[in-house]
Design a binder for this molecule. Structure first.
Ligand SMILES: [Fe+2]
Ligand SMILES: [Fe+2]
Length: 276
């Protein structure tokens, strides 16, 4: 009998869902409450997903033969399935967005695409996996924010709210998969923390690159009002980053595990809303 390597709770299934949402109408406009900056921010995040998620899948799959625990083996497969559907839906999202609003997808993806190619060539697989572990944690923290008590998507176009919440739920379900693989292959704490510092910088950089492109094409790049509203959207009382600092920082603790912070209730609440 092999040692357990998965630490996702038994009663958290990593469920394959396959939503195909019609986003065309929503993406024509500022779907996030008519808020230009907030819409640009989420759209810029979406731009990073297809490339990012392909990288996550590859970096975890690289170690498929090193994992012996059947539970973790299965979770890895479920992780690929979930991320592959995210990738597909966000690719469609990004193409529709750019076609309808006159953004340049190639230019938007360029810095990330270049860096990914560099990383693939120059960074050892274990360090690549550490990067995935770090970004998966940031995603889980943002997912918790998106599904938490203050409804982030209140007033957003319903199809978009649906898409982001579905993605958030699945990020939460699989939040420990890359982490457990990393630990099982003997990834060090030091490398994990360094990866988080690096990934935080680059993810912020990528999103800001997207926001800049989008606001420039929208003709409001130098509009101070838009940036002031962006500041409130990010850091204000109801801001999207409000309350995320502590859970983000938890990652640096010696005994950190994604499920030390139990978020099952948020998944269950979402499931219940789907049925009603
Ligand atoms: Fe995802
Ligand atoms: Fe993920």
């Amino acid at each position: 009998m092999s040692q357990p390597q998965s630490f996702t709770p038994e009663n958290v299934p990593i469920t394959k869902r396959n939503p195909q949402l019609d986003l065309a109408e929503a993406l024509k406009g500022d779907w996030m409450n008519n808020h230009q900056f907030a819409t640009a921010w989420f759209n810029a995040m979406s731009i990073t997903f297809p490339l990012g998620e392909q990288f996550f899948i590859n970096s975890v799959r690289h170690y498929r033969d090193r994992i012996t625990d059947p539970k973790l083996k299965q979770e890895m497969k479920d992780f690929y399935s979930q991320e592959a559907v995210h990738l597909r839906e966000h690719q469609r999202y990004n193409e529709l967005l750019c076609a309808q609003r006159g953004y340049d997808l190639e230019e938007l993806e360029k810095p990330l695409r270049k860096r990914m190619a560099w990383v693939k060539k120059n960074i050892p697989p274990r360090d690549q996996l550490a990067g995935t572990v770090a970004v998966e944690h940031m995603t889980a923290v943002l997912a918790e924010r998106a599904l938490g008590t203050a409804d982030l998507f209140k007033g957003a176009h319903p199809a978009m709210a649906k898409l982001w919440k579905w993605h958030a739920v699945e990020e939460m379900e699989h939040k420990a998969v890359a982490f457990d693989v990393y630990r099982a292959i003997g990834g060090t704490e030091k490398m994990r923390r360094a990866a988080m510092r690096r990934s935080t910088f680059f993810l912020t950089w990528d999103i800001l690159h997207g926001v800049r492109h989008i606001l420039r094409r929208d003709g409001v790049l130098w509009n101070l009002k838009v940036w002031a509203s962006g500041f409130v959207f990010l850091f204000g009382k109801q801001g999207v980053l409000r309350g995320t600092w502590q859970p983000y920082k938890d990652f640096f603790a010696e005994d950190f595990h994604p499920w030390a912070h139990d978020t099952q209730e948020l998944i269950e609440n979402w499931e219940m809303q789907q049925q009603s």
